[in-house]
Design a protein around this ligand. Structure first.
Ligand code: ZN
Length: 426
């Protein structure tokens, strides 16, 4: 029986390695841009990719490539090597970019050692107060990393990258721990949503994969939204405004009215947990024609379809309200709930949960109120749930992460490799 590997059992040396790596990565601005036509969308992501390529080579990982669009794929041989040629491969994946919703330029992380349980004061009046963020109190005495209050921190997802790199280093330095073939995948432009459009799936060997992109320690995400985008087009009738009475049909008014008819109880700001919503996100146009884009989200496909039917009915209502005006709607599926692709691959989750338990924490299944690259990868045939990084308050200046959670994420990855080896060699 292999020794159990809990945090308490001499993994302390990982703290410094994780911290060094994390601080190096957060020093590189990798904010992605949804307006850029380049792929990756920003140069900083390639800079970080360069640092990671060099680091992997230093760890003597020979099989490393970077694609023209900035995807890193590195393979680490199984240990001991598999008897047949059917080498089972487990992927660990994280993303290079950070969200453009908060600036990621000039990130100056603050390392708060021996956290005392009081408010953490940042610049520009920002403060992390346990009164508002009680989870801080679970980490008294720990080392907590924050931004200085002027930028985001970038734990999403540089913590994930640091954890994967540190787990790989640990496995290479401890050859007595068995592992299957590991495939390390670092992807650009996750936050913009278009990174996966260029995902080099034909170059990937993973049978299963894990994104390390979740939040608090222990969390496992195996479910995300079903996502549709509805584009409603309104056509009015333009005429000289002085002679408009009884003739003008204003497309902009039609579009605005359409938005006000959306049920407000089914909006992102009125829902939580497993509830779905409509969210208008863009409106443009003039008297002649106008467009409104609406996101439709739910964990159940049938609920999305119900909402889409409602949108079609609302278009008809608008046509009746604006005589002579026309309204039409176009529907696009954006991504699917990854639960659909994990259902007959339960082991992908149960082995992860075993690995988390072995690390000394209790796994907790959660649903993502959004999508992940893992959802897209699952759709492509590689089941990919999401595991924790340990961070909190992503996409904000109040992002924070305790170092002990980062250590637990790295150990979980080590345990995960070991458990998959055992599972595949039963
Ligand atoms: Zn992320």
């Amino acid at each position: 029986m292999l020794e159990s590997m809990e945090y308490s059992n001499g993994f302390k040396g990982l703290e410094k390695k994780l911290l060094d790596r994390f601080l190096t990565y957060t020093g590189i601005d990798t904010t992605s841009s949804s307006h850029s036509k380049d792929r990756p969308s920003t140069k900083g992501q390639l800079e970080l990719a360069g640092v990671l390529m060099a680091e992997l080579k230093e760890l003597n990982v020979d099989d490393v490539t970077i694609t023209e669009h900035g995807f890193i794929i590195a393979r680490i041989p199984g240990n001991p090597p598999a008897k047949d040629n059917q080498e089972f491969t487990v992927g660990f994946m994280a993303h290079l970019d950070t969200s453009e919703s908060v600036t990621g330029k000039n990130v100056k992380p603050m390392v708060h050692s021996f956290y005392n349980g009081g408010p953490i004061i940042l610049k520009e009046g920002y403060r992390l107060d346990p009164e508002e963020y009680p989870r801080l109190l679970d980490f008294v005495g720990d080392t907590i990393i924050t931004s200085n209050g002027t930028t985001l921190l970038g734990a999403d997802d540089k913590a994930g990258i640091a954890e994967i790199m540190t787990a790989v280093e640990y496995l290479l330095e401890n050859p007595e721990i068995p592992r299957p073939v590991l495939e390390i995948i670092f992807t650009p432009d996750e936050e913009t949503g278009f990174g996966m459009d260029l995902f080099p799936v034909d170059r990937i060997k993973s049978n299963i994969c894990y994104t390390v992109d979740g939040s608090e320690e222990g969390s496992v995400e195996s479910e995300c939204f079903e996502a549709y985008r509805a584009d409603a087009a309104f056509h009015g009738k333009s005429i000289h405004l002085g002679r408009a009475k009884g003739r003008l049909v204003n497309a902009l008014s039609m579009a605005a009215n359409f938005i006000t008819l959306l049920p407000r109880t089914e909006s992102p700001e009125a829902t939580e947990g497993r509830e779905g919503y409509y969210c208008p996100l863009e409106m443009s146009g003039n008297i002649e024609s106008a467009r409104v884009s609406v996101f439709v989200r739910d964990f159940e496909e049938s609920e999305c379809l119900r909402r889409i039917e409602t949108l079609k009915q609302l278009c008809k209502t608008i046509e009746m309200m604006y005589h002579g005006g026309k309204a039409a709607i176009e529907i696009k599926k954006q991504y699917s709930n990854m639960r659909n692709f994990l259902e007959n691959r339960r082991k992908v989750l149960t082995v992860l949960e075993e690995a988390i338990r072995e690390t000394g924490i209790e796994p907790e299944r959660k649903s993502i109120r959004g999508g992940t690259d893992g959802a897209r990868l699952s759709e492509m045939g590689i089941p990919t749930p999401n595991m924790f990084t340990g961070g909190f308050n992503f996409h904000s200046k109040l992002e924070w992460i305790p170092i002990s959670s980062m250590v637990k994420a790295a150990i979980t990855l080590v345990n995960l490799a070991k458990h998959w080896f055992i599972e595949e060699n039963k």
